[in-house]
Design a protein. Structure first.
Length: 307
C-alpha cells in the first residue's frame, strides 16, 4: 500500500529542536525535566541520547515524537513548526514518527494477538484494506525475525526479546521516517540485547530510517549513533559526532560516564562505560547553582558554582 510522503530532500535536517523546555508540576513546585535543548536529526542518521536515569531523556524523546508538547521552544519536522499544523496535518505527521519503548511487555496490548498488535497502527490510521494489512503483517513478521505462526500468539506467550521484536514491527508498520528508541534493550537479557541492536541497525539500513537512540549505556549508544548528545539534569552538556566524543570527550560529565575522569586511557576500546559516578544525580527540584554537575565534578573550581 502506498503511503504518501513529501519529496525526499536528501541530507537535510529531518527534525530540528530549538530551545525546548519542559517542566512538570509536582505538588506546588515545578520540576524542569528538559531545559533549553537544541538539536538536529538528519535523514538516515542516528542521534544517541545518553545520560543517567532522571536526566530527561525520555521526556525529550516524548517531545520529539509529539507525545508531549514543550512549554517553550519549537520542534520543526521537515521544516515545518509543529505548532502551526492543523489537526489533520498532525495526524499525517504521526505516520512519519514512531516510538519503541523500554518495556516491550507493557507497550503491547495484552488482550490482542501479536498480529493484531503489529497492524493496530494501520487500523487506527485507516491504512490499507484488510487483505493489504495481512500482507503487510507477513512482511513485518519476516523482517523482525518472527514466524507467521507467532502472529496468533498473545504477547505473554513470547520471551522479552520476541516481545521487543513485536514492538519494533509495530513501530515500522506504518513506514515511519524517524523512530525514537527509548532504552529499547535495557529490559532484555544481555544475551538478547546484541541481537535486537543488530536488528535495529539492519532495519535502519534497509529502510533509510532516522533514529533517536536513548540509553543510559554509553557503549550501546556508541554502537548505534552517528552523533551523541550527553544529557545531565535536563540539559545537553555535550553533543558531538560519535568518534569525536569517544576519542576526546570535552565535558567532565562525559568523561565521568567513561569511568576514567582523571586518566583517560589512549585506547577508547579499553574504557569501561558507566563505572558508577561519584555521588548521585541531584533532583531537578534542587538543582545546583552554576554548572549543575559541579558537586560531583573532580575538576570543579570556585567559578563552577556560579557560572
Ligand atoms: P530519563 O528518561 O533520563 O530517566 P525522564 O525524562 O524520565 O528521565 O525524567 C526526567 C525528570 O522528570 C525526572 O526527575 C522525573 O522524575 C521527572 N518526570 C518525568 N515525567 C514526569 C511527570 N509526568 N511528572 C512529574 N515529573 C516527571
Ligand atoms: Mg527514561
Amino acid at each position: 500500500m502506498a503511503i504518501e510522503r513529501k519529496g525526499d530532500i536528501a541530507a537535510d535536517a529531518l527534525l530540528v529542536a530549538e530551545q525546548v523546555h519542559k517542566a512538570f508540576r509536582v505538588g506546588r513546585r515545578s520540576l524542569t525535566a528538559v531545559r533549553g535543548v537544541s538539536l538536529e536529526i538528519k535523514r538516515g542518521q542516528s542521534l544517541g541520547l545518553v545520560g543517567e536515569s532522571g536526566s530527561g531523556k525520555s521526556t525529550l524523546g516524548r517531545i520529539l515524537v509529539g507525545l508531549l508538547a514543550p512549554d517553550q521552544g519549537t520542534i520543526r519536522f521537515d521544516g515545518i513548526n509543529r505548532k502551526t499544523l492543523s489537526a489533520r496535518a498532525k495526524r499525517l505527521q504521526w505516520r512519519r514518527l514512531q516510538m519503541i519503548f523500554q518495556d516491550p511487555g507493557s507497550a503491547l496490548n495484552p488482550q490482542m494477538t501479536v498480529g493484531r498488535n503489529i497492524i493496530d497502527p494501520l487500523i487506527a490510521q485507516g491504512v490499507g484494506t484488510k487483505a493489504e494489512r495481512e500482507q503487510r503483517l507477513a512482511v513485518l513478521l519476516d523482517q523482525v525475525g518472527l514466524t507467521a505462526q507467532q502472529a496468533a500468539d498473545y504477547p505473554f506467550e513470547l520471551s522479552g526479546g520476541q516481545q521487543q521484536r513485536v514492538g519494533i514491527a509495530r513501530a515500522l508498520a506504518i513506514e515511519p521516517e524517524l523512530v525514537i528508541c527509548d532504552e529499547p534493550v535495557s529490559a532484555l537479557d544481555v544475551s538478547v540485547q546484541a541481537q535486537v541492536l543488530a536488528l535495529l541497525q539492519r532495519l535502519q539500513r534497509e529502510h533509510g530510517l532516522s533514529y533517536v537512540f536513548i540509553s543510559h549505556n554509553l557503549a550501546a549508544v556508541g554502537a548505534m549513533s552517528d552523533v551523541v548528545a550527553v544529557m545531565y539534569l535536563g540539559e545537553i552538556v555535550e553533543i558531538a559526532p560519535v568518534r569525536e566524543l569517544f576519542k576526546t570527550p570535552q565535558h567532565p560529565y562525559t568523561c565521568a560516564l567513561f569511568g576514567s575522569i582523571l586518566s583517560m586511557p589512549a585506547d577508547p576500546t579499553r574504557r569501561t562505560p558507566l563505572v558508577p559516578l561519584p555521588g548521585e544525580i541531584p533532583s531537578p527540584l534542587s538543582r545546583p547553582t552554576g554548572c549543575a554537575f559541579h558537586p560531583r565534578c573532580p575538576m570543579a573550581m570556585e567559578r563552577c558554582r556560579v557560572e
